[in-house]
Design a protein around this ligand. Sequence first.
Ligand SMILES: O=C[C@H](O)[C@H](O)[C@H](O)COP(=O)(O)O
Length: 244
Amino acid sequence: MPADLSPSDIAKRATARRAADLVETGMKVGLGTGSTAAFLVSRLGERLRDEGLRFTAVPTSTRTAEQARGEGIEVVTLNEAGRLDLTIDGADEFDADLTLIKGGGGAHLQEKIVAAASDRMVVIADAGKEVATLGAFPLPVEVIPFGWRTTQALVARTLENMDVDGGETVLRMRDGAAFVTDEGNHILDLHLGRIGDARALSAALNHVPGVVENGLFIDICDSVVIGHEDGSVSLRGRLAAEQG
Ligand SMILES: O=C[C@H](O)[C@H](O)[C@H](O)COP(=O)(O)O
C-alpha cells in the first residue's frame, strides 16, 4: 500500500477496485459521485489504459464527468445512453435491506435517476457506512430555491407525523452561501437520528411542494461491496449470493 493512503482511503480504494472489475468492454455504466466513486473512476482509467477496457459512462455530477474525461473515459448523457447495464456509486449509510442514504455530496438527484435507469446498482462503501438503523447521517433533501423557507416549514411539519427521533432541518451552506446543486437547487439536511419507516418517509417528503428528491434509495441497490481498512472486501446482496 502506498504510505500516503489513510486507513479510510485504503478501504475506499479496496471497494472501488473490486467493483471496477464488474465493468466489461461494451457496457454502459453509471458512475457515482464522492470520494469513494473517485477511486472507482481512477481505477477504471487504469483498466482503460492497461487492459484496453472500452465502455461508455454516464456520470452523476459535473465533478465525476470531469474526472472521467480526464481519465480518457467516453462520457455521454443519460438521454444519449438510454438504459444502462450497471451503476456503481458510493453511499452515506446502508442497512441490511440495502436501503441507502445518499446525497452527502449533494448529487443524489442525478444519482437516483441514473441508478433507476440501470439494470443493477452496486454500492461501494467502507465498513463504517453499514448501520442497523438508518438516520444517524442527516438525510439530504433537494429543494428548489423558490420559496425554500416555505418548503422547509412544510418538511418540518411533515416530519412531525413520521417515525423519526429528531426533526431539525438545516439549509446546507458552502462558503457562506446556500449550497447549489448541479441542477441549481438547494439542500435541506434533515437531522433525524433514526428513520423508522424509510418508505413512508420518502413518499411523504417527495409529496411536499418544492421538494425535488430525497436521499433515500429504496429497492434500487442490489449489492454492496464493503471495503475494510486492511484492504480486504466483503459482499452483501446479489454479489454475495453470486460468489457463493
Ligand atoms: O452526493 C453524494 C453521493 O451520494 C455520495 O455517493 C455519498 O455522499 C458518499 O460519498 P463518499 O464516498 O465521499 O463518502
